[in-house]
Each structure stands twice: as structure tokens, then as C-alpha cells.
Design a protein around this ligand. Structure first.
Ligand code: M6R
Length: 607
């Protein structure tokens, strides 16, 4: 949440910073701001709303060659220009941008106010500017070190001093910062997306590290002042700036990328001939796999839903007890961490603070946690130390789509490995591997002819309430469909396990209430058909997502959307597709901002 960019080099900083903000806008987009050093003063411009509003206001800005910028997702204080970053000290000679939260804000603010400081914003960030000023005597490193040691919380910051025209100062404790080392220029950002156009040589700042950036490079220090070696890494050759590639929105592009992204996730991992799979990064040999007595998934939002599918598959195929946990609940309830359990942390961004907190809780209690992560080199990937990458490529739309199907693919691949060390026979292993292998073609087949999505959208856009129902493997799909519809279209809805509906939510049904039932041809189908009958008896309008050629479901549904046939455990990879499209088209019909829905941000780095 929130995006930081900084630049020092030979070129005018302003256009580089604004372009960097565009690349990071997915991280937060309620306001934006930029600060550029000029010979006389720090020039600041801010705008409420999107980066495009800031861009319009900065066309005639100064040509200074050092600056910092920020795109905000509000935590402390409303969405106003005064609260937008950068924030300045009282003499306007120090500028700060910040991603994260200062937990001891009240105490520090009181202390600074007692010293006579008058705050200009409601943000916690402003504290950094005043704290730095309170001890600054010409030594910027010492002043920034003092501030980071006084602050409790998570943050990434970038600081610029009017008196130090060749240096930027950055520090990290929990919020990501990547430093790009170009040819005579240095760029810092919350994400390599804002760096890759300048250079592929990067240094990932670690927690409790502080760095001085100059156009010639970077010097890294610990918070207690020790000089540290920085390891330079190369961004992967195929890593590039995300592009809509002709689609009107990133979300639609990412939905249509799924045949390729699922295939990339399987590449070199699924071995149909051997009826087995390999995930080298997990560093789990057969004897380690045999020792695993339970598997506990940790994740938030869509990643949690993927974890639910994964744990169902593990119980069904490997017969190992498994469950999925919402990371934000798990981490705060003093959880039991069984020795013989394997924890699997699932995250697209690799930055979700609650998931990170849950991993740290597991590790603190001596538990073993692997990561299933999309963003290479992200905090969660590094904290877990081992696991598997999804290789989905950058997911830019706030609504997660391709990451969900790749997460499930990775978890099913792991399930196959685990199951083959147990009771799953070679033949059955081949069957599972083949089912996974066939999925990309089935996804492509469905996306070519998605069925009456528009009709379904028409039925739900004006509804006061939409109910999603599913059983077994289709229940997490129902949850995911409802999450997508809420976040993209803001249509009131909820998802229920179909069998649980009669214990309450059935009271919500009225004549014409749309009920989306995920009812593929699987072991739960007959019971789900009974649920269709029950809701229809109360006047509901049923939109059924079912297997091609299922004439019975087709005949009873009011709107019938067919998906290709597949094995039960891979069905979420197919049945979620129409739900992604329904949410997308409903958002479109309602005039929503598809890629940047209100109040949300792509990576949630606050609690
Ligand atoms: O980056 P993560 O996978 O850890 O993010 C978790 C959730 O914040 C995320 O899945 C969120 O629910 C999505 N916006 C859903 O589309």
C-alpha cells in the first residue's frame, strides 16, 4: 500500500518520478505527490485522485535532478492534499515519503508538539520529517538513523535534504524498497516496475537497513550505523513493465492470460509420464514429505481461497489432514504450531503484512513454512526462504485472477508430490498429472466461448443481494466469485456452502433474487441440484455454472453457463472463469474503475 519512487542522476527528476508513480499506482491511488530539489528550495506538488491529476499539475515543474514521489492509500487522515506525501519539516528543507504505519505516533507527536512543532497534516508520516529535523546538525545519515530508531511500526521511507543535493536517504522496516543501479543514475521504488526501465541491476533493501543513494550507487548501513555489503541482483530477463497488450483493462488481459500463466506455472514441474511432480524450490525430499503429518495454508483474500482448494486436494488425494487459515486471524490468536506440520504461505504480492505476520509467528514457534508466491524476491519469499514461485508475470489489476489459478496449480502440483509419497498409485498419479496438464487448453477453450455472461450480468447488476453457492471444491470458488463481484462491481453479495444455506441465508431470498450456483459434474452434484430446487422454490433466479452437456442442470437453471469437463480437484481452475468474467462485466456495466476499485490497493502492507 502506497508507492514510493526516488531518483538521483543527470536527468530532470520530475518526469521520471511521475512515470514511476504511474507504474506503482496499483499500490494506492487516492492521492499523489512529488518533491524535487531546486537551487533555492524543495518544490512540492500534490494532487488528490489519480497520478494523472498530479501529472497534469506538474507539466511545468522544475528541472532539478533529484527528487522523491509517492502515491497514497490513506491510513492516517483523510484523502486531502494536506495529507498527501511528501511531507516537509517546518523549515521546508527536508522532504519525506513513507509507506507503512507508525505505531507510536501519538507518543512521538505529543513529544514533538511539546517542542513547539506545529503539524500541517493528520498523517503519521509527518513525524519522520520533524523527528529528523529535531536532531539534524548537518549530518543527514545520523539524523535519519535517529528517526528510524525512534519509530515503531512498518515502513519504507525516502528522505531528501535541501542541503545535500547529491544524496537520497532510504530506510526499510517491513515495507519493500528496491534500489536500481543505473549508469550514472540511481532509482529507488517500492517495486521493480518503476525501476526496470532504467536498469536491471538492483539491490533489495532488507529490514532495518538504511541506504544512501547517489548517482554513482548505494551505501547500505544497519540502523545501528554499521556499514553493510549490498548484494546486487539482476531482474530476470523476461521481467518487464506490465502492459495491457490491447485489452481495455489489466483485469481482462490477466483473465485471458490464464492459459499461458497456468502453463508457465506447470513448466518442468508436472511429469505426466512419471505420474509425479517436482517443486525443487520447496527443498522437500521424499523422506521429508513422508514426515509431514499435516499441512496448514496461510493467506488472505483470494490467496486464502486458493489455500482452501489446496487443502481440500491434499486431504482428498494425499489423505494428509490439511486446513486453510486466514492469516490475519491466525497470527493474533496465539496459534498452536505443530512440529510435524508444514505451513504454506500463499501470496501473490509477497508483501501482505498479515500473511508475513503469520509466517513470523510460525517461525517464532519453531515451525516450518514454505512460500507460494508470485513476486520474485518479495518479502514473503525471502522470509520463507524456500517454496515455489508462480511465474504468472506481474498482476496489475487489484482484483486477483491469474494469480488465483496459478496458486491452485502450484498447490495441486505440491499435492501430487505429497500424495505420491503416500497411497496415491502410479496410475492415479498419472491421472492427476494429466488432468493438470490438460487444464490450460480447457481454460483457453472456455475463454473462447464463455457463454451467456451478459445475460447473467443483466440479472445481477441491479440486484439488492446476490447469493453464491457451492459445495466441496466449488465452495472456495463461490467465495472467490463473491469477492470479485464485491471488489469490482460493489454489488452486495455473499457466498455460502450450499448445504449451509438453509440454516440462515435462505431467508434473504425473494422473487427474482439472483443465486449463482457452481455445480460441476462431481461428487456433490446431486446435492447441489437439490439446493437449486430449494432456492427456486423461493422464487430465486438461478445462474448455474455447470459441466458441458449436463442437460439436467441446463434444463432447470434460469441461465446456464457451461464449462469444460474435468476432474473434481481441478474444477476450481475452470469454474472460476465465468465468475471472473461476470464480475468484470458487471463492474463495466456499472461504470466502475475496474483496475483500481475504490478503497482498495493491490498489496496490503498494513494490518
Ligand atoms: O498479495 P496477496 O495474494 O497476499 O494478497 C492477498 C489479498 O489482499 C488479495 O488476494 C485480495 O483479496 C485481492 N484484491 C482479491 O482480488
Amino acid at each position: 500500500m502506497c508507492g514510493i519512487v526516488g531518483y538521483v542522476g543527470p536527468q530532470p527528476a520530475l518526469p521520471i518520478l511521475v512515470e514511476g508513480l504511474r507504474r506503482l499506482e496499483y499500490r494506492g491511488y487516492d492521492s499523489a505527490g512529488v518533491a524535487v530539489r531546486t537551487d533555492d528550495a524543495i518544490w512540492v506538488q500534490k494532487a488528490v485522485g489519480r497520478v494523472s491529476s498530479l501529472a497534469a499539475k506538474t507539466r511545468l515543474g522544475p528541472a532539478g535532478c533529484i527528487g522523491i514521489a509517492h502515491t497514497r492509500w490513506a491510513t492516517h487522515g483523510g484523502v486531502t492534499e494536506a495529507n498527501a506525501h511528501p511531507h516537509l519539516d517546518e523549515r521546508a528543507r527536508i522532504a519525506v515519503v513513507h509507506n507503512g504505519i507508525i505505531e507510536n505516533m501519538s507518543e512521538l507527536k505529543r513529544e514533538l508538539e511539546q517542542q513547539g512543532v506545529v503539524f500541517k497534516s493528520e498523517t503519521d508520516t509527518e513525524i519522520f520529517a520533524h523527528l529528523i529535523r529535531s536532531v539534524y546538525d548537518g549530518d543527514p545519515l545520523q539524523a535519519v538513523s535517529y528517526a528510524v530508531k525512534r519509530v515503531r511500526g512498518t515502513y519504507g521511507i525516502a528522505v531528501m535534504f535541501q542541503e545535500h543535493p547529491e544524496q537520497l536517504f532510504v530506510a526499510r522496516n517491513g515495507s519493500p524498497l528496491v534500489i536500481g543501479l543505473g549508469d550514472g543514475e540511481t532509482v529507488v521504488a517500492s517495486d521493480p516496475q518503476a525501476v526496470v526501465e532504467h536498469t536491471r541491476r538492483v539491490v533489495y533493501l532488507k529490514d532495518r537497513e538504511l541506504a544512501i543513494l547517489t548517482r554513482d550507487g548505494v551505501q547500505v548501513h544497519s540502523f545501528d550505523g554499521r556499514s553493510l555489503d549490498s548484494s546486487i541482483e539482476m531482474l530476470e530477463a523476461d521481467y518487464k513493465v506490465a502492459d495491457k497488450e490491447g485489452f481495455p483493462h489489466f483485469m481482462l488481459k490477466e483473465i485471458h492470460e490464464q492459459p499461458r500463466s497456468i502453463q508457465r506455472c506447470q513448466l518442468g514441474r508436472i511429469q505426466v509420464e512419471d505420474g509425479n511432480a517436482r517443486l525443487g524450490g520447496m527443498e522437500l525430499q521424499p523422506r521429508d514429505l513422508v514426515g509431514i503429518q499435516r499441512v496448514i495454508m496461510l493467506g488472505c483474500g483470494t490467496s486464502y481461497h486458493a489455500g482452501m482448494v489446496g487443502s481440500m486436494a491434499i486431504e482428498a488425494l494425499a489423505r494428509v489432514p490439511s486446513r486453510a487459515e486466514i492469516a490475519s486471524e491466525f497470527r493474533h490468536r496465539h496459534p498452536i504450531v505443530p512440529r510435524e506440520a508444514l505451513f504454506v504461505a500463499i501470496s501473490q504480492s509477497g508483501e501482505t503484512l498479515d500473511t508475513l505476520g503469520a509466517i513470523q509467528e510460525v517461525q517464532l514457534k519453531g515451525g516450518d513454512c514454505v512460500g507460494v508466491v508470485n513476486v520474485v524476491g518479495s518479502t514473503i519469499a525471502r522470509t520463507c526462504g524456500r517454496g515455489t514461485y508462480l511465474y504468472s508475470g506481474p498482476e496489475v489489476a487489484v482484483a486477483s485472477t491469474k494469480a488465483f489459478t496459478s496458486q491452485i496449480t502450484a498447490l495441486l502440483t505440491f499435492t501430487l508430490m505429497l500424495a505420491r509419497t503416500r497411497d496415491l498409485s502410479y496410475d492415479k498419479g498419472q491421472e492427476v498429472a494429466q488432468s493438470l496438464h490438460d487444464i490450460p487448453a480447457k481454460v483457453a477453450h472456455y475463454l473462447e466461448r464463455p457463454g451467456p455472461i451478459d445475460e447473467a450480468v443483466e440479472a445481477i447488476v441491479d440486484a439488492r443481494y446476490v447469493l453464491f453457492l457451492g459445495r466441496g471444491f466449488s465452495y472456495p470458488v463461490a467465495l472467490e466469485g463473491a469477492l470479485k463481484l464485491k471488489e469490482i462491481a460493489y454489488v452486495p453479495c455473499e457466498a455460502y456452502p450450499a448445504g449451509e444455506m438453509k440454516h440462515g441465508p435462505i431467508a434473504m431470498l425473494e422473487e427474482g433474487t439472483p443465486v449463482i450456483v457452481i455445480v460441476p459434474r462431481d461428487s456433490q452434484r446431486e446435492k447441489a441440484i437439490s439446493n437449486i430446487k430449494e432456492v427456486q422454490a423461493r422464487g430465486a433466479k438461478v445462474i448455474a455454472i455447470h459441466t458441458e452437456g449436463d442437460e439436467l442442470v441446463q434444463s432447470i437453471a434460469d441461465i446456464s453457463i457451461e464449462v469444460p469437463a474435468c476432474a473434481e480437484y481441478v474444477s476450481p481452475l475452470i469454474t472460476v472463469l465465468p465468475l471472473q468474467l461476470i464480475a468484470y462485466k458487471a463492474g463495466l456495466a456499472l461504470g466502475r474503475d475496474i483496475d483500481k476499485p475504490r478503497n482498495l490497493a493491490k498489496s496490503v502492507t498494513v494490518e
